[in-house]
Ligand binder design. Structure first.
Ligand code: MG
Length: 377
């Protein structure tokens, strides 16, 4: 089998209302999909997290190296691209592009061997994955305490046992919102907070101390990803577990975070950190360092499917016993017109639990008509 063509698809959709995290407002959702076609008629799909036009340019730059190669040799091809691009992109869009390509190669591999990716990655530890609701973004509405508390209670009513709140809007306001959300969801649902690296370690520690009483499951990206010393300071000052890693890339990037014990929970994005091949390696490394692995997920059904295939094979956080604690899926509940529309069969949760796709490859089928509706001009 040989690779015949590599195509990129830049998709875009307007949102009905703008949303904000601490980094700013956004009113559109974009996606960058990678399609790899083989001479056997098998087509594989991948997705790149990151700025769509930059990742598309990076995929198109390396695509000629893939033509004529055997797509089953995914590790060899990963290393070939990484080595040729090393001088120009050990992190960021080049690795995001490589990740999208790698996911598409795994989709092909699974279809070629007629097996879901998780079978080829080592076999499933689990076939049903608990999801947490990601949402609770800011809207252009009057009182965030009121609308965020209502939104949070809605996720619990839907069946989610865990949810994640955006913070990074000022320490006092964050503390008030965290308290309101905890009161709205009651004591049993898990509550995580995500600052999207809004703070320095001084502000992050101050916020953490103000909200420790609200039983926060993790504090995500308290400080900028480059500030490893800041991560360590926040982690040692607080009893709340510290999470991060959606802005880190490859085993080489995570090696630094792990050796420095900067995190309790690593969150590589499968579509950003280097794809399924690389994230499996990062996950194995995380286990060796005693660090939990919960992937960051922010994309279409392709990103969700790839994440589910990986989550199926990850070791439990706590050793196998009657009640092992398993890694969980980040399920973005904010508006995303493209997310499920491009799948022939959407990947939906039931009471906060989602089934790992069992079909060959990623286990999904892309709806080309739907794809065409979202092509960016
Ligand atoms: Mg995050």
């Amino acid at each position: 089998m040989k690779i015949k063509a590599v195509r990129t698809h830049i998709l875009q959709a307007e949102l009905s209302q703008a949303l904000a995290c601490s980094r700013g407002w956004f009113s559109t959702r974009t996606a960058m999909l990678v399609e790899i076609e083989t001479d056997r008629g098998i087509v594989g799909w991948g997705e790149c997290y990151g700025p769509a036009r930059i990742t598309a340019a990076a995929v198109e730059h390396v695509a000629p190296w893939l033509i004529g190669e055997d797509p089953v040799r995914s590790d060899y091809l990963w290393q070939l691209i990484y080595a040729r691009m090393r001088d120009h992109g050990q992190k960021g869009a080049v690795i995001q592009a490589l990740g999208g390509i790698d996911i598409a190669l795994w989709d092909i591999k699974g279809k070629y061997f007629d097996a879901p990716v998780h079978q080829l990655l080592g076999g499933p530890q689990r076939t049903r994955i608990s999801a947490y609701a990601t949402g609770l973004y800011r809207r252009r509405a009057a009182d965030p305490i009121q609308y965020l508390a209502e939104e949070a209670a809605g996720y619990v009513a839907e069946g989610f046992s865990a949810l994640k709140l955006r913070v990074g809007f000022g320490v006092e306001e964050d503390a008030a919102v965290t308290r309101a959300v905890r009161e709205a969801i009651g004591p049993s649902a898990a509550l995580m907070i995500d600052a999207n690296h809004a703070y320095d370690s001084i502000a992050a520690i101050r916020l953490g101390r103000m909200i420790e009483q609200h039983d926060v499951r993790w504090f995500e990206e308290p400080v900028p990803p480059e500030d490893i010393a800041g991560y360590r300071a926040v982690r040692s000052a607080l009893s709340i577990p510290i999470a991060g890693g959606e802005c880190e890339f490859t085993r080489f990037g995570f090696r630094e975070l792990f050796v420095m014990h900067a995190l309790d929970i690593a969150q590589p994005d499968t579509c950003a950190a280097g794809g399924l091949s690389e994230c499996k390696k990062i996950a194995d490394m995380a286990e060796a360092f005693g660090i939990r692995y919960n992937p960051h997920v922010w994309g279409t059904g392709i990103a969700i499917a790839a994440s589910l295939q990986l989550l199926a094979v990850l070791p439990p956080h706590t050793r196998p016993s009657l009640m092992p604690m398993a890694p969980i899926l980040e399920l973005d509940r904010t508006e995303h017109p493209i997310r499920q529309a491009i799948l022939v069969e959407p990947l939906e949760h039931v009471r906060g639990v989602i089934q790992v796709p069992e079909g060959p490859g990623l286990g999904i089928e892309v709806d080309r008509k739907a794809l065409a509706r979202f092509v960016a001009r």
